[in-house]
Write a protein that binds this ligand. Structure first.
Ligand SMILES: [Zn+2]
Length: 269
């Protein structure tokens, strides 16, 4: 074999070997990586599921913490000297600490109690209405958490007695009675005012001269009709043409002029 031929064959062998090596290498590498990849994928799937579960738990915990913080803040704001104390928002999303009691309560004509800080404004409004020839009275003022719970349970029981399941009765009750801990009556800043000419708290209450006068003038005394007809999707409460909430004269006028609920006013300011 001459040197040239040997070199040529050797070259081919080396090349073939190299090629085989590469092919084998690819095969081995890809074989290993596909197994490794499958394992890694499986691990990733498990850890993803765990992560999702943990994230969900964290979110739930955060929501719970936020809710507690809101609850504390609302009670704190109500009890504070801050100018915005009378703007404290209490609704289903912003519950009030169940232990909150206004520092000072004043008994008004008829025996109901309200937060002393708004009693003069309320009395002035009721006096002026009376002087305008109208006849009305406060049927509900400050209501403790326990009292609210009783009202809620009694109403729910009424629905159950009418054949509703407890769950449906709960949903039905929620539409007209605030869930305990979410009622403005616990702030001492809300009153239900009833015309003596119409004894029901339903939509027709809004047609009385008394409610018409109140709706027109309440902002002058710092009150707003809290649950207007066209805003129940925002307030979460049906039209209540008897429930007035003290928010202070400036806010009441601004809210009335612009047709804003307390939810909208608070989030915009
Ligand atoms: Zn009310």
């Amino acid at each position: 074999m001459n040197k040239a031929l040997f070199r040529d064959r050797a070259k081919k062998l080396v090349l073939t070997g190299a090629l085989a090596g590469v092919i084998a290498g690819v095969a081995i590498t890809s074989g290993i990586s596909s197994i490794t990849l499958k394992k890694a994928e499986k691990k990733l799937e498990i850890s993803n599921a765990k992560l999702q579960e943990q994230t969900k738990k964290n979110e739930e915990l955060q929501a719970e913490l936020d809710r507690e913080e809101v609850t504390e803040n609302t009670a704190e704001l109500l009890a504070s000297d801050d100018d915005r104390w009378c703007l404290a928002l209490v609704n289903e999303k912003h519950p009030l600490d169940t232990s909150y009691v206004p520092a000072n309560l004043t008994e008004i004509s008829g025996g109901k109690q309200v937060d002393s800080r708004m009693a003069d404004s309320l009395n002035k409004m009721l006096d002026d209405a009376k002087n305008a020839g109208l006849s009305m009275y406060v049927t509900s003022g400050y209501r403790s958490y326990e009292k609210q719970r009783d009202v809620f349970n009694t109403t729910m029981q009424d629905w159950i007695n009418q054949g509703y399941t407890p769950l449906n009765a709960y949903d039905e009750t929620k539409k007209s009675v605030a869930i305990p801990g979410t009622s403005e009556h616990a702030t001492g800043l809300a009153v239900d005012i009833m015309s003596t000419k119409y004894g029901e708290l339903d939509e027709k209450q809004g047609d009385t001269e008394e409610q018409k006068w109140l709706m027109e003038h309440c902002s002058e005394y710092g009150f707003v009709l809290r649950f207007p007809q066209d805003k129940s999707d925002i307030t979460g409460i049906v039209y209540e043409p008897w429930h007035y909430r003290y928010v202070g004269v400036d806010a009441a006028k601004e809210m009335t002029e612009n047709g804003l609920t307390l939810e909208e006013y608070v989030s915009a300011n």
